[in-house]
Every structure is written in C-alpha cells, then in structure tokens.
Write a protein of this length. Structure first.
Length: 276
C-alpha cells in the first residue's frame, strides 16, 4: 500500500495534504478545520520505532511533538503526532523572539532526564575524537571537487578536535527548518528519528551556525540567549569546522555529478582551522 493510500484509509473523511516526500512521507490531516495532526509514514518499522522511542522519552518536554497514535500496516509503519504549525524558522521572515524560543526549546531537551535511546551512550567524547579524524581523512579524497586546499585538511588534523562534554538527550539535526511555528507563534522541534544521547555542543553549535547562515548574527545571538548558555569562541569554531567537514563529506559521498555551490562550507572549515 502506498503512503497516501494508507493515510486515506485511516482517515477516510479527513482532508489530507502531503508535506514531504522523501524516504519518509509526511501528511497533514484535517479531521476538522480546527483539528489537525501530522502523520509520518516510514518505509521500514525500525525508523518509526526510533522516532517513537525518542518522543515517548521526551513526553511533556515543551516544544516536542506529542504522539497521538501509531501502527503498522503491511510492514509500513506510521506515527500520528500533534501538529506544530505550517511554517518553520527557515522559510519565515526573521523573527528574533521566535528564534529565542527555539533556543529555549533546545535547552529544554538537553535538560531533560530522558532515556532517549536504547544505547548506553550514543555520541560521546571518544566518538567525536575518532569520527572527527576519520571525517577529515575521508574528505581528503574529494578535496579537488570542493577546491579545498590540502593545507586546510592537514591543519584540521593537527588542531584539537571539538571538545565534547557529558552526553544529554540530543536531536542531532536542529537546523532552522526543523523548528516549526504555529499561528500563535509557539515553536516545536520536529523530526526526532536520529535523536540520541550526545554532547550538547553538537546540537547547540549546529543550530547557532545555521541560524547565522539563514538569518544573520543577530539571529544566532537570539538563539544563544534563548538557550541560556555560551561557548568560548575557540570551542564554537572547532565544532563549526567539524559540522562543515561532515556536510561536505556527506554531499560528496551521496551525490553524483555536480555538488552545487558549497563554497561556504569550504570557507567555514578554513576559518575554523586556520582562523582566517
């Protein structure tokens, strides 16, 4: 059964709109004009289990979707969640108050004492140390595709890797488009399939970096204010270098042909390791 057919079978009287069509299919279901929900349909049950486990563990944390129902049909799993809104902080005009609320939402997640994963750790300092080095080393294979100077990669291997503190419940991909906003301005952090225990610096630096890219440094400052914690500039820059390298490597390994303009990732990695 196709994903839309499954949702239509579950809610035959509802108005259904498809929102996303990647590996997971996402639909907004209007059971009435005032009652909407989100249904995500997964290609394999294990992906639904990961997201459901994270949301169950974080139940009651402000800014996290609530599960309303779930099931499996013909080996296709689905999850029904509360609807966080029709807009997100990437495609909305800059609103510093909402961005500050997004920072507070992420801090609420990091402060939660939640068994977010069945793993004992997930991502810890040892993982960051080994994964950072392997990422830089693997990126060297593609440096010409990015016009990336070998000296930058050499320096990246010489500098200290990002400092990772004790793991906490982590989203791992809190980019601006993951923060959705409803008509009242409430902010919800969506897409928890890849949540795990990880160092808070992973989430915080990724979010701050991407908000600065999308909306400017004042937006990054607003997010930091909402999160109510700061990192020394040297620690922030090393994490930005790590994120940049991971994004370049991911693009090179999964895309055939042209990569598009990823020069900003090259520039950010270069600045992170060379300071220029």
């Amino acid at each position: 059964m196709d994903a839309r057919g499954l949702v239509e079978g579950l809610y035959p009287s509802a108005r259904i709109r498809e929102l996303a069509a990647g590996a997971n299919k996402v639909f907004r279901v209007h059971e009435t004009e005032a009652n909407t929900s989100i249904i995500k349909v997964y290609p394999v049950p294990s992906r639904e289990r990961r997201e459901r486990h994270a949301l169950e563990a974080l139940a009651g944390v402000p800014g996290v979707p609530r599960i309303q129902n779930n099931g499996t049909s013909a080996d296709v799993a689905w999850l029904k969640m509360t609807d966080g809104g029709s807009w997100n902080l990437s495609n909305l005009p800059k609103n510093l108050e909402m961005i500050e609320s997004a920072g507070a939402t992420l801090r609420n997640v990091h402060n939660a004492t939640a068994n977010i994963t069945n793993l004992s750790v997930g991502i810890d300092a040892d993982y960051v140390l080994s994964h950072y080095r392997s990422t830089i080393e693997r990126l060297a294979r593609y440096r010409r595709r990015f016009d990336l100077d070998q000296a930058v990669l050499n320096k990246a291997l010489d500098v200290d890797p990002p400092l990772a503190t004790e793991p906490v419940p982590s989203h791992t991909r809190p980019t601006p488009n993951k923060f959705v906003v409803d008509e009242e301005g409430a902010v919800t952090l969506t897409d928890w399939e890849w949540a795990t225990l990880g160092p808070p610096e992973w989430d915080l630096t990724l979010a701050v970096w991407q908000f600065a890219k999308v909306h400017g440094e004042d937006a990054a400052a607003a997010f930091r204010k909402g999160y109510s914690a700061e990192l020394p500039e040297s620690r922030y820059r090393s994490w930005v270098g790590y994120h940049s390298a991971m994004m370049m490597l991911d693009a090179a390994e999964v895309r055939d042909g042209r990569l598009g303009d990823l020069s900003y990732l090259v520039a950010d990695l270069t600045e992170a390791v060379l300071g220029t």
